[in-house]
Design a protein around this ligand. Structure first.
Ligand SMILES: Cc1cc2nc3c(=O)[nH]c(=O)nc-3n(C[C@H](O)[C@H](O)[C@H](O)COP(=O)(O)OP(=O)(O)OC[C@H]3O[C@@H](n4cnc5c(N)ncnc54)[C@H](O)[C@@H]3O)c2cc1C
Length: 389
């Protein structure tokens, strides 16, 4: 059987579903996801934060350009509130107070921030031991994202526009000939398209290699996390997220429990990432030292991959070697919060349209996210605090 689509999107994470939804407004789209549910990998394992002062200048521009979609989405997009305020308390250990000043300089001018004494920090999050901190900086601008609902909203658009979503879709072969791409599936179906969108997350580099595309130098970094019980008698949902300025740990209220992570970054191959026992033990140890928490039981633990290229900007655009092969990858630790703008940028470029002036006004520059660009040194990337949360 042969089927034909204007676009085949490979990968059903937030990148794939959001761009597929955008493309489906004007084109026929087939979305291929190898797992039995969309969002099974990085998208379903994120810390679900919206932080405008996160990442380098390009990431920040994409985040600012996504803000409206989260805070004022079109009425028919979702009935659910996509973001809820979540303050972030950046803490410094004794002797390290000056790091808070350095970190403050990385924040955006309109971030609402206040210095807090150790006692004030402990008043905001009563498990903190005040004597273990030199001080803290409270950022009241960030928010929690309803990631699942965001993904579902894009999937609804795709379905409404007759996009075809194929789960458990393992590609047997992918070849380019004069007519475009031929993708052979285990069912013997051959899917033909003139344009493949590579939204394969941590696997995007491998997929590029498979089709002879440019090597973007993608490196997946594993991060472990777990959920532990919160102490009783507190309204923990009102607590800020607490993150060490030196990225030793973070603690975040999550559906009545506490999500903790040692902020690890272990280079790994693309895989169904599993939490490292040692990383979880390190998180528990660091957190027990600075809080009154006594962690006896882990309710759930997991790991996810954050995939970066050398300049920590995303890779979006046509491959410089393989015609009809389009990248939407390297979304690091910002793929959810930038998805609304990134998917618009990717869809416009893939359809051969200029970017909306609104996107350009936010400072989005196509050359600095293009595959094949020369990576610039990380001079504009803050390397402290939640810059790479
Ligand atoms: C611990 C952690 C915390 C994070 N916190 C945040 C945060 O607070 N805010 C934020 O914005 N971002 C955060 N991120 C980053 C965010 O999760 C990612 O940037 C985003 O999910 C990447 O989306 P993606 O669609 O590129 O990748 P994925 O969600 O991994 O999707 C890629 C999909 O491609 C599929 N696939 C791969 N190869 C093939 C193939 N050959 N055929 C078919 N399907 C294929 C995979 O099965 C997968 O479902 C965090 C990530 C982690 C791990």
């Amino acid at each position: 059987m042969i089927s034909e689509y204007d676009f085949v999107v490979i990968g059903g994470g937030i990148a794939g579903v959001s761009v597929a939804a955008q493309l489906s407004e004007k084109s026929s789209v087939r979305l291929l996801e190898m797992e039995d549910q969309p969002g099974y990998h990085s998208t379903g394992r994120s810390a679900a934060l919206f932080i405008e002062s996160y990442g380098n200048n390009m990431v920040r521009a994409l985040t600012r350009a996504s803000r409206k979609a989260f805070y004022n989405p079109p009425e028919n997009f979702t009935a659910v509130q996509l973001v809820k305020p979540r303050q972030i308390l950046i803490t410094a250990s004794p002797g390290k107070a000056e790091l808070l000043d350095t970190f403050k300089e990385t924040l955006e001018a309109d971030d609402i921030v206040e210095y807090k004494s150790p006692e004030e920090a402990a008043a905001l999050c009563p498990i903190l031991k005040a004597e273990k901190f030199a001080g803290a900086l409270l950022n009241s601008t960030p928010a929690d994202i309803e990631v699942h609902e965001l993904q579902q909203a894009y999937l609804r658009i795709l379905k409404k526009n007759d996009g075809v979503i194929s789960l458990q879709s393992h590609i047997l072969d992918i070849q380019r000939d004069q007519g475009g791409w031929a993708i052979t599936m285990p069912t013997n179906e051959v899917i033909r398209t003139s344009m493949v969108i590579n939204a394969a997350g941590a696997w995007a580099g491998e997929l590029g290699m498979k089709v002879g595309a440019f090597d973007i130098g993608l490196h997946p970094l594993k991060r472990s996390a777990c959920l532990v019980n919160a102490p009783t008698g507190f309204d923990i949902n009102a607590w800020p997220m607490v993150a060490d300025v030196e990225e030793e740990f973070y603690i975040k209220p999550d559906a009545g429990m506490l999500l903790i992570s040692p902020s690890d970054e272990t280079l790994t191959k693309p895989c169904d990432a599993q939490p490292d026992e040692l990383d979880i033990a390190i998180a528990i140890d660091r957190i027990e030292q600075v809080t009154t928490l006594q962690i006896r039981r882990i309710a759930h633990k997991w790991a996810g991959l954050r995939s970066f290229v050398a300049d920590s900007s995303p890779v979006v655009g046509f491959d410089p070697i393989q015609p009809g092969f389009f990248w939407l990858a390297a979304l690091g630790g910002f793929g959810v919060q930038t998805a609304p703008a990134l998917s618009k940028v990717a869809a416009s470029l893939a359809q051969g349209n200029p970017l909306d002036s609104e996107l350009l006004d936010f400072g989005i520059d196509v050359a600095s996210i293009a595959p094949g660009r020369t990576y610039q040194p990380l001079s504009d990337t803050p390397t402290i605090g939640v810059a790479r949360l």
